[in-house]
Every structure is written in structure tokens, then in C-alpha cells.
Ligand binder design. Structure first.
Ligand SMILES: Nc1nc2c(ncn2[C@@H]2O[C@H](COP(=O)(O)OP(=O)(O)OP(=O)(O)O)[C@@H](O)[C@H]2O)c(=O)[nH]1
Ligand SMILES: [Mg+2]
Length: 213
């Protein structure tokens, strides 16, 4: 359950809780990307890691991220304009087991194009399903980001799926695995749930920090 509009707009909610967000466009090639005139933060992660859900939860908008995610158009990068001053980019999911080979191409073309050319990219939020931790594809992604010097925010997703103890253990394991890969971390991993909104204030604070530096 994400925050309702009333919750988000109540005086108790932190100011950052009410982003103004609009879907801009879905792009399959760099020529379709918007101008590089505003800072961008991209969401990356395995297919099913929870990117679209997190985006909606973060923005307090139930269906915003789904607007453009049409079946069969997995190569699309979805751009969202936030507060008219920066953009969130929902990257295609990678590592979908059943179409491994093809999916790798998708990652090389769609995601690689974006990450290797985008000069206004400020950070990548790498989403990891807390129950799966760092997969092989995630490792590739971490390495890639590290090599390119792109700052990374690690976001553990779906923490509502685990009870307190296994959750703590999973977070510790994840932190250790990440440390080994030595990416340019902005902070230690954020534990989130798009279902109940846990971790959103922390993630908003990190995003704010990234945009202000
Ligand atoms: N319980 C729980 N389920 C979640 C959470 N986040 C996402 N899910 C579920 O996980 C599935 C995948 O979520 P999506 O947000 O579509 O994942 P995605 O990373 O955008 O996937 P692709 O678009 O294929 O790359 C959906 O069934 C969601 O309902 C969460 O925080 N808690
Ligand atoms: Mg999605």
C-alpha cells in the first residue's frame, strides 16, 4: 500500500514527499532522448526487481510508471520530469532468465547506450530484490558503473517480503557483496518497500543530496 494523496499532502508529510511528476517519453534510441539540459537519476535493475513500483511509490503516483510500459517494448527507457527541474529514468530491466541471450543484447543496446553517453546522468539507483541479492547481471552492472565512474545508490527492494531477522541478515549480506564490488557508493544501501512506503524518505533524501552536489 503506498501513501494516499491525502497522506502525501498532509502537513505532517515531509516536503519531499510531494514531487510533481509527469511522464515525458519512452525512448528506444539516443536520438529520442530529451535534451541533456536537466540532471537525471536512472533506475536500473533486473527485470522484476521492482523499478516501476518503486518509481510510483517514490512519486506517490499509483500508475505513473506503467503509462508507457507496454508489453513487448522492453527496450524503452522511460523519462519522467520531476518538479520541472530534474528527471527520473526508468531503464529496461535486464537478466530475464528465459530470454537470457536476447536480454543481454537489450542491456548492451538500450541501457549501455544511455549509461555510456548521458552527460547529465548524476547517479544510478541500482535496485536489488532483497531476497535475491546481487545476481551475475547485477555484478556486471556494478562493474560497468564503477568503470565509468557513475555514482551508485543501492536500493534493496521488497523488504516487506522478509521478516525482521532474515531481513537484517539479507541486508548485511547485500552490503558485504556490494563492498566487494567497490562501486562509487553515495551511501550505504537503502532498504525499501513499495508496498508500505518504507525507505522512501531515505531515498528522497539521497536523491536530494545527489541533485544538490
Ligand atoms: N511485496 C512487494 N512486491 C513488490 C514490491 N515492488 C514490486 N513488487 C512486485 O514485483 C513485481 C515486479 O515489479 P515491477 O515494479 O513491475 O518490476 P520492474 O523492475 O519494473 O520490472 P521490469 O519492468 O520487467 O524491468 C510486481 O508484481 C510488483 O507488484 C514491493 O516492495 N513489495
Ligand atoms: Mg518496469
Amino acid at each position: 500500500m503506498s501513501l494516499t494523496k491525502t497522506d502525501a499532502q498532509s502537513s505532517k508529510a515531509p516536503k519531499e514527499a510531494s514531487y510533481q511528476a509527469e511522464f515525458l517519453l519512452g525512448a528506444v534510441s539516443p536520438s529520442q532522448y530529451p535534451e541533456e539540459d536537466l540532471p537525471e537519476i536512472a533506475f536500473a535493475g533486473r527485470s522484476n526487481a521492482g523499478k516501476s513500483s518503486l518509481l510510483n511509490s517514490l512519486l506517490n503516483r499509483r500508475k505513473l510508471a506503467r503509462v508507457s510500459s507496454m508489453p513487448g517494448r522492453t527496450r524503452e527507457l522511460n523519462f519522467f520530469l520531476i518538479d520541472k527541474s530534474w528527471r527520473l529514468v526508468d531503464l529496461p530491466g535486464y537478466g530475464f532468465a528465459r530470454v537470457d541471450r536476447r536480454q543481454r543484447n537489450v542491456w548492451e543496446q538500450g541501457i549501455g547506450d544511455y549509461l555510456s553517453t548521458r552527460r547529465n546522468l548524476r547517479a544510478v539507483a541500482l535496485l536489488l530484490d532483497i531476497r535475491r541479492g546481487v545476481t551475475d547481471h547485477d555484478e556486471e552492472m556494478l562493474e560497468y558503473l564503477f568503470q565509468r565512474g557513475i555514482p551508485v545508490i543501492i536500493v534493496a527492494t521488497k523488504i516487506d517480503k522478509l521478516k525482521a531477522n532474515p531481513r537484517r541478515a539479507a541486508m548485511q549480506k547485500l552490503k558485504a557483496e556490494i563492498k566487494e564490488k567497490a562501486p562509487l557508493l553515495i551511501a550505504s544501501p537503502v532498504a525499501t518497500s513499495s508496498l508500505d512506503g518504507k525507505g522512501m524518505p531515505e531515498l528522497r533524501a539521497l536523491i536530494k543530496q545527489v541533485l544538490e552536489t
